[in-house]
Each structure stands twice: as C-alpha cells, then as structure tokens.
Design a binder for this molecule. Structure first.
Ligand code: NDP
Length: 286
C-alpha cells in the first residue's frame, strides 16, 4: 500500500480562492497588522509571506518593523494603538520576541476580537468550550485538510504527539470537538509507540526529524506531520520518516507542502472572520 498524499498547497489555494471571493463582495477590505521586533531572518520570511497572502486575497496589510531594542512599553503602546484602529481587524505579533520582552503580556494585550492567532486566554477558553470563531491557525489548517479529503474524525482514535499551546493542545481540542477520541502524548509519555500505534489519525508536532518511524504507526492510519525541521543534510523535513511511513499509512502530509501552506491561509481566514464580526457590530457589512 502507498499512502495518498494530503496536498496542503491544493487545499490552501482553494481556501484562498474562497476568501478572495468573499472579500470581493465586501464594502470594506479586511485589514491585518503585523508587528515584528528585531531582525530574526526566519521571522522576516514568515512576515513577508503573510503580507503576500494578504495581497493575494485583497486585504489591507501593514507591517510595523520595530528595532530589537524596543521596550515593553513601546510595544504595548503600539498594540494599544492598533487595538483602537477601525481599519485594523486582525493584529499579529510575530514570535519569538527578543528575550527582554514578555510574550504572554504582549499576546494578552491584543483585544480578543482582533486576536487572529487565537493566543489570548479568552480565545483559548472559547476553543476549550468548542464555541470559538477565531481558531489557532495550524490546527485549524489541519482540520481543513481532513475536511477537504473527507476524512471523518468522529469516533476515530486520534493521537497528538506534542502539547504546546500553539499546536498540540489546540489540535487535541479541535479533534475532540469533531468527536474524535483523543490522546495527547509528550516527552514524559511512557511507551510512546504503543500509544501512537492505536491511532487512526496521528498528528506529530514534536520538532524532531525522523521521530515517527514506521513501527510507531498502525497500518491504514492517517498521518499528519506538523514538524518543520532540517535533516542532517540541511533539507527541510518533518517529524515523520516519510518514505517508510507512507508505505503503510492511508493518507499522509508531506513536508514541505502539507500542513505548512495551510497556516497562513487560516490566518487569512481568521482575519476575514474577525473583520466580518467587527463590521457586523458597526453595521457596515454589505
Ligand atoms: P514545542 O517545542 O513547543 O513542543 C514540542 C512538543 O513535543 C512538546 O510538547 C514536547 O513535550 C514534545 N516532545 C519533545 N520530545 C518528545 C519525545 N521524545 N516524545 C514525545 N513528545 C516529545 O514545539 P511546537 O509545538 O511549537 O512545534 C512543533 C513542531 O511543529 C516544530 O517543528 C515546529 O517548527 C513545527 N511547527 C510547524 C508549523 C507549521 O505551520 N507547519 C507551525 C507551528 C509549529 P514536553 O511538553 O513534555 O516538553
């Protein structure tokens, strides 16, 4: 058996077309403001891609580049200013921040209705309750891939490896909300392979190349690889030993080209949802 590839680029471009179509019928353009502090090269690439995504679907976008010496107060003031701006519907602070700045203070300062990364405690609470309208981008992108390929989660054994606030925990919540039977694993999990082998749907968000090997996967499982790593040759690779696992899985996401392309599309989706929500309050939606 050879697994069907879950093509994140395909699902991502379908999502962007859908967003573009919705935006073309709106009176006012959704707007995303991105703040980047310092000169981290990877962060600069992510921010550039977010800006391009905004252009592609017809959003306004603003990038605020702040120096690495920015103080907490200066950053807080910038967020307060963007919280107040009517044409800004989504605010994102690119992480990581320089060490002297407090990420959680920054995250919590964004008003929940503009929190398009869904990192505020209020939005995390909604995710836990299952009534969120702004969803964490990477896990939401994975749910879109499953939906696109008509992979039903209901009643399935779902195993998520990784428990970060950005990926693992919200991923588990979204699978639970879709009626999966969910187990979360982490670095203290005993006999990890025994747990992962039970999975009908296995999501790996660990950050270690070749971590999920063939003997950890049940035959016919759906395997979702969130990892973004470099292997010993500097090649971009996920957590999953792709060649060996794709021989026994039913579906698998590649790296690159799987989960990665969905993340920015779901950020755009959240910005659209935030804009529609804010415009609705103001009664300016067409
Ligand atoms: P974190 O480092 O925050 O979390 C990693 C998780 O893996 C932790 O919960 C950790 O457990 C767990 N882990 C580490 N070692 C083991 C082990 N031996 N056995 C079981 N679990 C283990 O990473 P993130 O969640 O932020 O990201 C994970 C990966 O996904 C990274 O490669 C990242 O680059 C990628 N990523 C990709 C995105 C995309 O758009 N494609 C978006 C976001 C992330 P513990 O909690 O016990 O330490």
């Amino acid at each position: 058996m050879s697994a069907t590839i879950l093509d994140g680029k395909l699902v991502s471009s379908a999502k962007r077309e859908e967003i573009k179509h919705t935006v073309s019928g709106m009176n006012e353009k959704p707007g995303l403001a991105v703040i980047i502090v310092g000169d981290d090269p990877a962060s600069k690439i992510y921010v550039r891609n977010k800006r391009r995504g905004c252009e592609e679907v017809g959003f306004n976008s603003w990038v605020y580049e702040m120096p690495a010496t920015t103080t907490q107060k200066e950053l807080d003031d910038k967020i307060d200013e963007l919280n107040e701006k009517n044409d800004v519907h989504g605010i994102l602070v690119q992480l990581p921040l320089p060490a002297h700045l407090c990420e959680s203070e920054v995250t919590e300062r964004i008003v929940p209705e503009k929190d398009v990364d869904a990192f505020t405690s209020q939005n995390c609470g909604h995710i836990l309750k299952g009534d969120a309208h702004l969803l964490p981008c990477t896990p939401a992108g994975i749910m879109e891939i499953l939906k696109y390929y008509k992979i039903d989660v209901s009643g399935k054994e779902c195993v998520v490896v990784g428990r970060s606030n950005i990926v693992g925990k919200p991923m588990a919540q979204l699978l639970l909300a879709a009626d999966g039977t969910v187990t979360i694993c982490h670095s203290r999990t005993k006999n990890l392979a025994d747990v992962t082998k039970r999975a009908d749907i296995l999501v790996s968000a660990v950050g270690k190349a070749h971590f999920i090997t063939r003997d950890m996967v049940k035959s016919g499982a759906v395997v979702i690889d969130v990892g973004m790593n470099r292997d010993e040759n500097g090649k971009q690779t996920g957590d999953v030993d792709f060649d060996a696992v794709s021989e026994i899985a039913s579906y698998i996401t590649p790296v690159p080209g799987g989960v990665g392309p969905m993340t920015i599309s779901m950020l755009l989706q959240n910005t659209l949802a935030a804009a529609m929500n804010i415009m609705n309050w103001r009664g300016s939606l067409q």
